[in-house]
Design a protein around this ligand. Structure first.
Ligand SMILES: Nc1ncnc2c1ncn2[C@@H]1O[C@H](COP(=O)(O)OP(=O)(O)OP(=O)(O)O)[C@@H](O)[C@H]1O
Length: 579
């Protein structure tokens, strides 16, 4: 296809705002693309390479301005181009405004000396060369290559070439429009196109297969070990939502690290790297994470694609904050040194492919069982002792979920994920089948009125703190000498979650001087200390004297700056409940 034809079609799409019309234009474009179908299916989305390839053109705006300036003539500089851009605000408009001479330009002459129209294929091949250019002198080579293209452009071609190379196509063609256009153009069902796109991440290949091999070809497209898949994502949600929607929830710890997708093929028969690690954006991060590669080589005996998280850990294996993982994640140099400073460990929670089987359409429960089978040393091994395996509990009991959440936080993890155990894996989707527990939006400042001595190694610590709010009215609170005692406090719950051992020790020191009475493990405390606590919900409850209970309360901080008279009131609790 001539690039001018492509540019004219794209201009028509650009002028259209109705979705159906846009799809109709894309459909025609794909139908007419001939041998260039794969490239056209990507160009129309503003992509040069398939989404799964980490190849980029890697050109800064200046390279493009220089090439445009040179093609525009001797009296135009890159600064002039930039100035015009500042005036008109869009690079396509700037490029389209110059007279490059179109087919008459210098670059129009091929080796044989004839003048040919610029084709989509030539643009693509030049951009492939450009992406492969690196090292010293590469800037000049890139400018030369781009100049060669602009120099052959008419106005509309220049407009969309500039936008394409600077990743600013913006003609309103999203992934859904291309999917629907492929479906209509080649008469294949949209959901089968969607599936093929999910496994391949390549609109070009899917369009070509749909046209040349039809439905059978599309359905035969599978995951490939070594080619990344878009990660399934989570929505924010509450335990209550999850249990209302599903019979049971799969509960996992939410690790505070960076997402990784591990591709491992021990049977590829070469000495070349058989392990690849990709980031959430499908960038190849293999070289930065040798621990993950070693883990795969040591553990996996079958081809596999695993989904998980890498977490930075200290010498005892305790998770370190997320920022530590970032120091390792995209590191290109001195990886061995970085590894000495911060160690990372992978933990996997999903399995997309195992031993030749694609598992996207299987339930989470089945996928997790396959994962466990892959990672366990022997079939009878307890899941807790399987290295690199994220545990999964299935339950419909909110109290059990609360205790899993408490354990996660105690272990230094971020919290919990709630997943529908029967759900399939939907690449790239932020659906409701995966929920990350919502961070607490509101917090309450509560007076600590009781606690319990712990057990075992925590026997010398106070824990499980009873929380109360003020039951008086605001007026009384303002009066300087209004004492706060148990008469004007109402209990709202107990908090045991979100507190590390070090913190418990500190809190015990703070609270012990205020012990009022003890009965076995239970203690009453004088109302002196205020805790800030988060919660998921406020429910009515006969258990506490306020008539309400905080659902999933979490300790946030001691409010040293507040005394009990400044604590939150029952009235505020009631107002928050109504929100
Ligand atoms: N057990 C787990 N299951 C799924 N994702 C997990 C798990 N533990 C940690 N994660 C991380 O949590 C993220 C889920 O949240 P989301 O899909 O919204 O990604 P995000 O936008 O990166 O969010 P966040 O910033 O909260 O990590 C995953 O991308 C993954 O990196």
């Amino acid at each position: 296809m001539e690039f001018a034809t492509f540019a004219d079609r794209v201009a028509a799409i650009d002028a259209e705002s109705a979705d159906l019309e846009i799809i109709a234009h894309v459909r025609e474009l794909l139908e007419d693309a001939g041998d260039d179908l794969a490239v056209v299916a990507r160009f129309v989305q503003g992509r040069v390479f398939p989404a799964w390839q980490s190849t980029t053109l890697d050109i800064g705006p200046n390279t493009c301005y220089e090439a445009i300036a040179r093609a525009a003539g001797t009296n135009v500089s890159a600064d002039d181009v930039e100035e015009r851009l500042a005036e008109v605000g869009e690079i396509g408009e700037v490029a389209a405004g110059y007279d490059f001479g179109g087919q008459q330009g210098l670059g129009a002459f091929t080796a044989g000396g004839t003048s040919d129209a610029l084709t989509v294929r030539e643009v693509f091949e030049t951009l492939v060369d450009l992406a492969a250019t690196s090292g010293s002198g590469s800037h000049d080579t890139k400018v030369d290559l781009l100049f060669g293209l602009f120099n052959r452009c008419e106005s509309a071609e220049a407009r969309y070439l500039a936008r394409l190379v600077l990743s600013e196509m913006r003609i309103g063609v999203g992934e859904g429009a291309v999917r629907d256009a492929i479906s209509e153009a080649f008469d294949v069902p949209g959901e089968r196109v969607e599936r093929a796109l999910q496994v391949s991440n390549d609109y070009g290949q899917v369009a070509r297969v749909a046209r040349d091999d039809g439905l059978e070809g599309l359905d035969a497209m599978d995951l490939e070990v070594g080619r990344p898949v878009q990660a399934m994502l989570a929505q924010a949600g509450t335990v209550t939502d999850a249990l209302e929607e599903w019979d049971e929830a799969a509960v996992e710890w939410k690790y505070d690290g960076a997402r990784v997708q591990l591709h491992h093929d021990p049977e590829n028969g070469t000495d070349a790297a058989e392990t690849r690690v990709f980031s959430r954006n499908m960038e190849d991060v293999t070289n930065a994470l040798p621990e993950v590669v070693e883990f795969a080589e040591h553990t996996l005996e079958e081809p596999a694609i695993l989904d998980g998280e890498v977490v930075a850990v200290d010498d005892d294996g305790t998770p370190l904050p997320f920022q530590e993982v970032l120091k390792r994640f995209r590191r290109k140099h001195d990886v061995a040194k970085a590894r000495e400073d911060v160690e990372v460990r992978p933990v996997f929670f999903d399995c997309l492919h195992a031993g030749g089987d694609d598992l996207l359409a299987e339930s989470l429960t089945t996928r997790h069982e396959r994962l466990e089978g892959l990672l366990a040393d022997d079939p009878d091994q307890e899941p807790e002792s399987v290295d690199g395996l994220s545990l999964l509990w299935r339950t419909d009991d909110p109290d059990e979920i609360e205790s899993i959440d408490a354990k996660a936080l105690e272990g230094g993890h971020e919290g919990i994920m709630l997943k529908d155990p029967d759900s399939t894996y939907s690449p790239g989707r932020r659906g409701k089948h995966w929920r990350k527990r919502k961070p607490d939006v509101e917090t309450l400042d509560c007076v600590v009125t009781g606690a319990e001595w712990g057990e075992g190694r925590r026997a010398t610590f106070l824990g499980t703190f009873e929380l109360s709010v003020r039951a008086d009215d605001g007026g009384e609170r303002r009066s300087a000498d209004a004492a706060v005692d148990s008469q004007n406090l109402a209990t709202v719950g107990k908090v045991a979650t979100g507190i590390t051992d070090e913190k418990l020790e500190e809190l015990t020191e703070l609270l012990e001087p205020h012990l009022a009475s003890e009965d076995g493990q239970e203690v009453d405390l004088e109302p002196e200390i205020v805790f800030e606590v988060g919660y998921e919900e406020i429910q009515t409850s006969p258990t506490y004297s306020s008539g309400y209970a905080l659902r999933f309360p979490r300790f946030q901080a001691v409010r040293h700056d507040k005394d009990p008279r400044d604590a939150d009131s029952l009235e505020r609790l009631e107002r928050l409940r109504e929100v």
